[in-house]
Design a protein around this ligand. Structure first.
Ligand SMILES: [Fe+2]
Ligand SMILES: [Fe+2]
Length: 477
């Protein structure tokens, strides 16, 4: 069965909102607060309208509609993937039982916590990206930025719906808090570290959508397996939208690398900086930064909380149905990264064996790292195709970590241990410095003219929804 959204309602949805007056009223009273938040914390560049995709439907034959809309009138709706009435729990102690349509009392606070943590990241990225419109390299890129922003806004709606519909009064309070916390705020910051970092320029934006949005993809992938069916269906639908965010990041970095490589060849130099592009060394530093802060988002190498979530059925593994084991993991083990004492008195980077359940964060982080590797491979192919010997790479897992086994140590991108003093002295070679950031920002002169593109980035290979690059994607105010 395919349920089309009712667009005559204030809040477009495919969850039969009109049948639950209480819930409808709760969401209708949250809606103006959301719009206030969007106006005060959302995109700052004034626009008339933007060529945007709006989710309409969850069916196979087209789920979205494209058209020019004023962003404030964007129809942020509530969409769950189609329900499978026979769905069974796929892992943990309740494996084989019917999926839950309501929240079991004993898991209420854990489920609420998982939803709040996911929900908090969605508006955070909109806040982080709010000023980027002013320096967009093209109307195509500007449109993609706004597409990501409105969809992250919709993802906030998705989580707020779950809080309002299934968690009563505490859910409503949490929904308010999601609008009160702000990225980088001293008093009420966002919950996770990477979402309090700045996204001050477009290279950061592309790295963020590649590495940090990709963390989101993996988190949603584990929640999609949840025994709590409404959460599972919500995340499944969000993943459709995330695919576009991944594309923006992947091809964004592609195009920066392509332009840099082009100038390196043309000017016969290792440093494209003076020629109006981002130097390859700076691209590597941005990559190092965004990758390492995104690794932190997966939490410690071992976690008893996550083991309990899994056993309870709240949060599964990436691609759980494809795993060839008992989906309970009671007797299994996994090697996780750790600081080990190879010789008495000296710590070194190594691995230890722990139960597979407590090592689930490591399992998910490894899936993510493998996926990140595919981006680096693409970017290196661009360099190789240009005839350049230079290569980008992912830094070592212990590099620049603030969470987990390597939080207390310093290591080079090659995984060599450093003292704190050595780190102080050398880290400017691996992480963006103020000089690097200022240079990157100086390149980012806005190009808001139809069909034109900034000098530091190559044009995209394709437009959006079959439209050409020089399409009028955005009408500025
Ligand atoms: Fe999202
Ligand atoms: Fe996203």
């Amino acid at each position: 069965m395919t349920t089309a959204a009712d667009y005559s309602e204030k809040i477009p949805n495919n969850v039969d909102l009109h049948e639950d007056r209480r819930l409808q009223r709760a969401l209708e009273s949250w809606q103006p607060n959301f719009l206030n938040w969007w106006e005060s914390m959302g995109p700052t560049l004034p626009t008339q309208d933007v060529y945007l995709r709006t989710a309409m439907n969850v069916g196979r034959d087209g789920w979205a509609h494209f058209g020019h809309v004023a962003m404030r009138d964007y129809r942020w709706g509530i969409f769950l993937a189609e329900r499978d009435p026979g769905r069974q729990i796929g892992f943990g102690q309740h494996i084989g039982e019917p999926a839950w349509q309501q929240v079991p009392g004993e898991y209420r606070s854990e489920l609420r916590r998982l939803i709040v943590i996911q929900g908090d990241t969605e508006p955070a990225s909109v806040e982080q990206q709010r000023n980027l419109g002013a320096t967009a390299p093209s109307l195509y890129d500007l449109r993609n930025l706004f597409q990501v922003n409105v969809e992250e806004g919709r993802h906030l709606w998705a989580m707020v719906y779950l809080l309002h519909a299934y968690f009563g009064r505490d859910g409503r309070e949490e929904a308010e808090e999601l609008l009160h916390r702000n990225s980088g705020s001293a008093d009420a910051p966002r919950i996770l570290g990477a979402f309090n970092e700045e996204t001050p320029d477009w290279l950061s934006f592309f790295m963020f959508t590649y590495f940090t949005d990709r963390d989101g993809k993996y988190q949603l992938g584990t929640l999609k397996e949840s025994a709590f069916d409404p959460l599972s269906r919500t995340c499944e639908f969000m993943l459709k939208e995330e695919a576009h965010h991944m594309m923006v990041g992947t091809t964004g970095v592609d195009r920066v690398v392509e332009r840099t490589a082009q100038l390196m060849v043309e000017k016969e130099t290792d440093d494209a900086g003076p020629h109006g592009a981002v130097p390859l060394t700076v691209i590597q530093k941005y990559l190092n930064f965004h990758y390492s802060v995104s690794l932190d988002l997966f939490g410690g190498e071992t976690s008893t909380n996550v083991a309990n979530y899994y056993t309870a059925g709240l949060k599964g593994r990436w691609m759980e149905p494809r795993r060839k084991d008992d989906h309970k993991l009671g007797d299994d083990a996994i090697m996780v990264d750790a600081m080990v004492e190879a010789e008495p008195g000296t710590q070194s980077i190594g691995q230890i064996e722990v139960s597979a359940l407590t090592g689930l964060n490591t399992d998910l982080r490894r899936e993510y790292i493998e996926d990140c590797q595919s981006g680096v491979k693409r970017w290196n192919k661009i360099l190789a195709d240009a005839g350049l010997p230079h290569r980008l790479k992912l830094p070592h897992i212990a590099f620049n970590r603030k969470v987990g086994a390597f939080a207390g140590i310093e290591a080079t991108p090659d995984g060599e241990l450093l003292t704190a003093q050595e780190w102080q002295r050398r880290s400017s070679a691996w992480l963006p410095t103020d000089v690097d950031k200022t240079h990157v920002r100086s390149l980012m002169q806005p190009v808001h003219e139809r069909g034109k593109i900034a000098a530091w980035i190559a044009p995209p290979r394709q437009g959006i929804n079959g439209k050409p690059f020089d399409y009028e994607y955005v009408h500025l105010a």
